[in-house]
Design a binder for this molecule. Structure first.
Ligand code: GDP
Ligand code: GDP
Length: 439
């Protein structure tokens, strides 16, 4: 999972040391969370974060460990190993009140060969007097541990400075010769490998030698009607786990890096399973990353006689903020929809690159403002819209000049984005609309 533009920082450690408190502290305070849509961000254990202009994905691996049950020790160690494979940096959290435990030592053993990736933290050091508790952790032989208090926010700024200092400079994304880069993401067993195989089977596979070790992502290349498509990291799809939490964490790491590298994300759901929180989290990642995406209801062969519109309604209700994603029905088993899917991927990719002129964009927003003005209660002065212009593509970003930017609430912004999306064919494309004051 190298070549990732936005690095992953994983919080690891045994249960109860304060991982989730630290996660929330980092995101809730002092850090600008890029995604601040209510209901999507807060109850999740990964998020895009930014400190001093550097972006990274923060993952709380503790969010994938059951709070009770047998085998926690084993799972904690395996998750540490998984994190080493996928993350650029690990925040290894220890408990300054409990002191060093055998499980801490086991985790250390699992991390030993990757000491350069590890930042050791002694949490629950709530005041200066307790700082001496941190000393005993030097016995782990992983260097000095930074004493912090996640509850009180002690030394969290220092920690984040250290994180961005240790993160590598942004790597240039790999060359563009592979054509459209497609990420196939979703929970375990929704049919990702099957769909990828079907896609590869349908079309001419371009053999591509990738040098290197087992850790390199293995991409597969195909061509469809003269266009090249790259299916990202198809080797990584094969990893399976019988432990649900481990599988979820693995799919999270994989989805984060695949979405980061892609031009188009295919978010797979299974027609026979209810939409889970994990599904919704993965789906919202594409929006956070600003990538065009579509939801694919796979295993449609098993949904005998079901009504597609019913499915669409369920999805709209469960994921209201993602209702702009097209919903596509497919079966990796029978091949239903698979050929059309390739065409849809190309269409989505091309639509996302659409650049609008100032005049057509302004006309569209003028019409929208005329139809419904912004809610009056918010406006100090009668709202006025002057003009709008596109400032960048992928994701399409627009700047609208108005007399009172503050009078434009989140709901109204979404309404305007909806108008742009519909008029210019940005279905499935995250659209950013900003406002600036003008007289
Ligand atoms: P996790 O299982 O590692 O994610 O741990 P949690 O974040 O759920 O925290 C476990 C317990 O430790 C909770 O009761 C927290 O309130 C407490 N805790 C977390 N951070 C601190 C801290 O900095 N100081 C103190 N005194 N308690 C903390
Ligand atoms: P992954 O973990 O997401 O890569 O899922 P797999 O591709 O390994 O598929 C998990 C299971 O679902 C396998 O037993 C597949 O044969 C089955 N499967 C995948 N796609 C379909 C489909 O469209 N229809 C049916 N009936 N089964 C499918």
């Amino acid at each position: 999972m190298e070549n990732v533009k936005t690095p992953i920082v994983a919080i690891i450690g045994r249960p109860n040391v304060g991982k989730s408190t630290l996660f929330n502290r980092i995101l809730g305070k002092r850090i600008a969370v890029t995604d601040n849509k209510p209901g999507v961000t807060r109850d999740r254990n990964f998020s895009l974060a930014n400190w001093r202009g550097k972006s990274f994905y923060l993952v709380d691996t503790g969010g994938y460990i059951p709070t009770a049950g047998e085998g926690i020790e084993l799972l904690v160690k395996r998750q540490a190993e998984l994190a080493v494979d996928s993350a650029k940096l690990l925040l290894f959290v220890l408990d300054g009140k409990d002191g060093l435990t055998p499980l801490d030592e086991d985790i250390t053993t699992a991390l030993r060969r990757h000491a350069e990736k590890v930042i050791l933290l002694v949490n629950k050091i709530d005041n200066e007097r307790e700082e001496r508790n941190a000393a005993e952790f030097a016995r782990l032989g992983m260097g000095e541990a930074l004493p912090v208090s996640s509850i009180h926010g002690r030394s969290i700024g220092e920690l984040l400075d250290l994180v961005v200092e240790k993160l590598p400079e942004e790597e240039a994304p790999p060359d563009e010769t592979g054509g459209i880069k497609v990420a196939v993401v979703g929970r375990q067993n929704v049919g990702k490998s099957s769909l990828v195989n079907k896609l590869l089977g349908e079309e001419r596979v371009i053999v591509h030698e990738l040098p290197g070790t087992t850790r390199d992502p293995i991409d597969s290349h195909i061509s469809h009607k003269g266009r090249r498509l790259t299916l990202i990291d198809t080797a990584g799809l094969k990893k399976k786990s019988r432990i649900a939490d481990e599988a979820d964490l693995y799919s999270t790491f994989r989805s984060l890096s695949a979405i980061d590298r892609c031009d188009v994300a295919l978010i797979l759901l299974s027609s026979v399973e209810p939409i889970s929180v994990q599904d919704m989290k993965i789906a919202s990642l594409s929006e956070e990353a600003g990538k065009p995406a579509m939801l694919i209801i796979n295993k449609w062969d098993l949904a005998a006689g079901a009504d597609k519109d019913d499915y669409r309604r369920i999805i709209r209700t469960r994921m209201p903020t993602l209702s702009y994603l097209p919903v596509f029905f497919a079966s990796a088993l029978t091949g239903y929809g698979v050929n059309e899917l390739l065409q849809r991927i190309i269409g989505l990719h091309d639509a996302a690159k659409n650049a609008l002129t100032t005049s057509e964009l302004t006309k569209c927003l003028e019409k929208a403002f005329k139809k419904y003005g912004p809610p009056a209660a918010k406006a100090k002065r009668p709202p006025r819209f002057y003009y709008a212009t596109q400032t960048s593509t992928t994701p399409p970003t627009f700047l609208a000049f108005v007399n009172e930017p503050k009078s434009i609430g989140e709901g109204y912004r979404r309404y305007l984005i909806g108008n742009i999306r519909e008029e210019f064919g940005f279905e499935g494309v995250p659209v950013i609309l900003k406002f600036r004051r003008s007289e």
